[in-house]
Design a protein around this ligand. Structure first.
Ligand SMILES: [Zn+2]
Length: 395
């Protein structure tokens, strides 16, 4: 069976970079739009087309499910189980949590029963699926991921010493457990009106201080950049509560269900289960459902060392192990000698840099940086040769 070069949709969300995809991959941007996300996959929100005929990947998969996906994936998922993206953030994205699988099923059913339209702004659950994510940095990539250890949260809030949060901080000091953290976070999210403004005013005075611990300095740097866009959003306190993660190009991290996270700045590849379920927790003009958010958040601290993924090196490939089976992700170093690769599912290859020839069944395609190809399951193997780097999405 053939393989197909992909023509992918670019999403022009306001937070996107106007230059990063053009610089890295030479994508046209004549109208100077923000190029936030390039979607590779069959998701209805931005389905890839097969070149040269322009058929939608989703139509192709529906017509040829067993060849395209294999029997197992067809039966288990009924669709391409992953969505693969290039994401280029110029300004911060909202702080968010993705529900787990069971809650997604329950929430989707409940909101459908209540008759809340899929595109209504108070609709939380767009599909019954979970949305674990892996991020692989292409440039330096700034993000927040998971709760800091409680003792660090206490020491940061002790250092800023906001009188308007004294009661909540004392309560956290007395109960340094998941429950205590849940109460502290819930109290912060619940502030509104004058009370919230008092906290934020007092907090923004901290920005002027000259003497700070290193940990606070880094957090305040993030808060300051958030305050430029969302000065009256309680989310500007999030860097004191969540881990700050800065990935170097080539490093990756995993984002678990029920874990608050935010992408702040940088360009990365992102692979996720095919879902759009997002509960927002701040830094957003969009709808926040605090109760739903709290009941879908795990108040477990994650140490910083556990956030980055340690890849397993297999010959010329780096495999980034993930704790879900909706997707798998490798980075392949393409070299001068021809290598054969066996497929176990449908695959999407994206050329990160350089140039690679992909051959199968007597035909070949050349991929340059920014190009991608869909390889159906029934291809069973392909070879690559050239000089460059490929990202490999499969399941
Ligand atoms: Zn996310």
């Amino acid at each position: 069976m053939a393989m197909f070069k992909l023509k992918n949709r670019i999403q022009n969300y306001a937070w996107g970079s106007k230059t990063s995809m053009a610089d890295l991959f030479g994508f046209d941007n004549l109208e100077n739009h923000p190029q936030a996300e390039l979607w590779m996959g069959a998701h209805p929100g931005g389905c890839s087309e097969l070149e040269p005929l322009g058929e939608l990947l989703s139509d192709y998969i529906n017509k040829n499910a067993h060849e395209a996906l294999g029997r197992y994936t067809t039966q288990r998922y009924g669709q391409l189980p992953f969505l693969f993206k290039v994401l280029a953030a110029h300004t911060p994205l909202s702080i968010q949590v993705h529900p787990n699988k069971a809650n997604s099923e329950r929430g989707f059913e409940l909101e459908t029963k209540k008759g809340i339209a899929l595109d209504a702004n108070n609709r939380n659950y767009k599909d019954p699926n979970h949305k674990p994510e892996l991020v692989y940095a292409l440039t330096k990539y700034k993000a927040m991921n998971g709760f800091r250890p409680i003792r660090h949260i206490i020491s940061l809030f002790d250092e800023i010493a906001l009188s308007s949060l004294e009661v909540e901080l004392d309560a956290l000091k007395t109960t340094q457990t998941k429950d205590g953290l849940k109460r502290f976070f819930t109290a912060l999210m619940a502030f509104s009106g004058a009370e919230k403004l008092a906290i934020l005013n007092e907090f923004q005075d901290v920005f002027e201080r000259s003497n700070m611990s290193v940990m606070l300095q880094l957090a305040i740097g993030y808060s300051q950049s958030f305050a430029e866009y969302y000065s009256d959003d309680i989310g500007i306190l999030a860097p004191l509560i969540l881990n700050i993660v800065e990935l170097e190009p080539g490093e990756a991290m995993f984002l678990h269900a029920e874990t608050p996270h935010a992408y702040v700045k940088g360009t990365a590849l992102e692979i996720m289960a095919s879902s759009d379920n997002v509960l927002r927790a701040g830094l957003t003009p969009k709808y926040i459902d605090v109760n739903e958010l709290i009941s879908n958040t795990s108040f477990e601290s994650i140490p910083l060392e556990q956030l980055k993924l340690t890849p397993i090196s297999v010959e010329e490939q780096l495999r980034f192990p993930v704790p879900v089976d909706d997707f798998a992700f490798d980075v392949i170093n393409v070299g001068h000698s021809v290598k054969e690769q066996y497929t176990r599912s449908a695959e999407i290859l994206f050329c990160i840099e350089g140039e690679a020839k992909i051959c199968t069944g007597g035909t070949y395609l050349t991929l340059r940086a920014g190009d991608s190809v869909f390889i159906p399951y029934s291809t069973s193997s392909y070879c690559h040769v050239g000089k460059g780097k490929l990202a490999r999405a499969y399941n």
